[in-house]
Design a binder for this molecule. Structure first.
Ligand SMILES: [Zn+2]
Length: 208
């Protein structure tokens, strides 16, 4: 679903927490456009393989560090997203320009393009994320987190769509940015399990 939605390509990964010290994540070598259950492995929060037919991605540290830092997080998406990364490439901040995208605002930015393939980089990323639902990585990509898989997936879509709209609007003018009152209203009305599920169902249906 992440690949069909244009969030990930031949890179990128998604994980879910399934125990105190156990997460499921796609293996690094799998084709993201044709994922099967054989492409999912289990690792612990130090990134060590517990079970599976392949190795976790090199950036699995990103997931492990976020789970260690955030007990509320049960799912993580990391992607080398296009539109959000266009913004960080030129130092332009993510602005809330459409309703769903405002749910993620403000989005902190890791000030490094380096791969999150060490524990030290991953801890730095988790610290940058803080208690937010998303983090951008300068000239690299983005990560979203959620209380479940649906949240992490849906937020990744909202994040990219907002960045796309911000980028495109900037081509013809200065986009309108939501006010504090409008942001609060969006959070109140749009951050609901039923709307997240509807977004998930929309993308899920495209697989059938
Ligand atoms: Zn990456």
């Amino acid at each position: 679903m992440l690949e069909r939605a244009g969030i990930i390509d031949y890179n990128g990964h998604c994980s879910v927490r399934v125990g105190d010290n156990r997460i499921l994540i796609n293996i690094g070598s799998c084709p993201r456009s044709q994922l099967t259950s054989d492409d999912i492995c289990a690792i612990d929060l130090d990134g060590q393989l517990i079970d599976g037919k392949g190795n976790p991605p090199l950036e699995c540290h990103l997931h492990c560090a976020i789970y260690r830092a955030r007990t509320d997080v049960k799912a993580v998406v990391h992607a080398h997203t296009k539109w959000t990364t266009f913004l960080t490439m030129v130092g332009r901040s993510y602005q809330p320009v459409y309703a769903q995208g405002s749910l993620l605002y403000p989005v902190p930015v890791l000030d490094s393009p380096n791969s999150i393939n060490t524990r030290a980089m991953a801890d730095r990323l988790a610290a940058t994320l803080g208690d937010r639902p998303a983090v951008l990585m300068k000239s690299h990509g983005a990560a979203t987190v959620g209380a479940n898989l649906v949240e992490a997936f849906v937020l990744a879509n909202y994040l990219e769509e907002n960045a796309y709209r911000q980028y495109m609007a900037t081509q013809i003018g200065q986009p309108y940015v939501f006010s504090e009152e409008e942001l609060a209203l969006c959070r109140e009305k749009l951050w609901t399990a039923s709307l997240f599920q509807r977004t998930w169902d929309h993308f899920r249906a495209k697989l059938i």
